[in-house]
Design a protein around this ligand. Structure first.
Ligand code: VTB
Ligand code: MG
Ligand code: MG
Length: 362
């Protein structure tokens, strides 16, 4: 069968955002990662987060675009910068861009010097990214093999409400494995105790992580990563960012907003009270009691077509080496970035401040 695309068509970007902003987006996550790397292992997660946010924002504001943060650091009153609704970019040019951001995904991991922290951002055309609150989202994330399996087996579909075993069986069949040969990543939290038990009872293996369920989600779409599924409730921003990469890579995500009170097991009265208190804020974003429980797939989380994604490792992460700091502010950073065309790049950038005194070394 002839290949449907020429080489040039294959390499060409999907649209103006991928063409013009993807190279710049890499620099945005690189800047945040370098700033955060200086705070690695210092035990101060808030400061590490703060410098990542500030650096990311300074880089972002150099870009010629009209950008709006659609999901990010929380609303203005809780987050001073890169808050949901903040306008970023120079405002010049024609590009109107929606942004999802987590300047430092895994603040604890950075503060502890543990692996798994990244600076991450996704962009798409206006209306292309879910505008939502900074609360929990329950989710299932899997790779493209499962999508193909579902297409070939109508009636067998992943279901956020089905017993865990149902979903594991589909993933196992899609990958041509036994359930025992699957690895499921889930945040180690009391709210997941039941789910963890169910995964183990179904026979799958569990990798508990202390933080950072975004990159494992991306890794489900990469064969050989050793991660077949991510489950459980994490941040909504993390879910949307995962969705951006997963949509580009052809995997699948199912997610649903969860009010924090439900995830934390409070009483019915308390839940009702908190829902009432939160609803006006959510309604401003188009989320009502009627659609709060809707299951959102990658197209709902990231409806855009011209999607771009970039993640730079602060500490070592899936497929990425950690940011390394050399003398005099020089740094080497490793990034995975991708665009809707399907182009995935691993960039290993070395930045040298003074070329006379610091030679390039590998
Ligand atoms: C989640 C998860 C993130 O923080 O947001 C988690 O998606 C916070 O959950 O990857 P808790 O409130 O239970 O701590 C991360 O692990 C890191 O930002
Ligand atoms: Mg964050
Ligand atoms: Mg995070």
């Amino acid at each position: 069968m002839p290949h449907p695309k020429t080489v040039e068509e294959m390499i060409e970007c999907a649209g103006p955002i991928e063409c013009e902003l993807l190279p710049r987006l890499i620099q945005v996550t690189e800047a945040a990662a370098i700033a955060a790397a200086y705070q690695m292992g210092r035990g101060d997660k808030h400061f590490a987060d703060q410098v990542a946010v500030a650096s990311m924002r300074r880089m972002l504001n150099k870009l010629d675009m009209k950008g709006i943060i659609k999901i990010g650091e929380g609303e203005r009153d809780e987050a001073p910068m890169l808050y949901i609704g903040e306008e970023v970019g120079t405002g010049k040019g024609d590009l109107e861009v929606d942004i999802a951001v987590d300047p430092l995904e895994g603040t604890n991991l950075t503060a502890d010097g543990s692996p798994g922290s990244v600076a991450v951002m996704a962009m798409a055309e206006r209306g292309g990214i879910f505008h939502g609150p900074d609360i929990y989202m329950d989710k299932i994330v899997v790779g493209p093999d499962v999508v193909r399996y579902e297409m070939e087996h109508p009636g067998e579909r992943l279901d956020l409400d089905a017993p865990v075993r149902h979903n594991l069986e589909i993933v196992a069949k899609a990958l041509g494995r036994n359930i025992e040969e699957l690895v499921v990543v889930i945040l180690d939290r009391p709210r997941h105790a039941q789910k963890i038990t169910e995964i183990r009872e179904a026979g799958a293996r569990v990798r508990l992580i202390t933080d950072g369920d975004l990159m494992p989600g991306v890794a489900t779409a990469v064969r050989g990563s050793g991660i077949h599924m991510v489950m459980g409730a994490g941040g909504s921003g993390e879910a949307v960012l995962t969705a951006a990469a997963i949509k580009i890579l052809g995997g699948k995500i199912l997610a649903r907003l969860v009010l924090p009170t439900v995830a934390n097991g409070k009483t019915k009265d308390k839940i009702d009270e908190e829902i009432e208190e939160k609803m006006p804020r959510l309604e401003k974003m188009g989320i009502t009691l009627d659609n709060l429980n809707d299951v959102l797939d990658a197209d709902k989380l990231v409806p855009g077509n011209d999607i771009i994604f970039s993640a730079t490792a602060v500490t070592s992460s899936h497929f990425l080496r950690e940011t390394r700091l050399f003398g005099g502010g020089d740094a080497r950073v490793h990034t995975v970035s991708m665009g809707a065309s399907g182009a995935v790049r691993f960039t290993d950038s070395i930045y040298i401040k003074d070329k006379q005194t610091t030679p390039l070394y590998l």
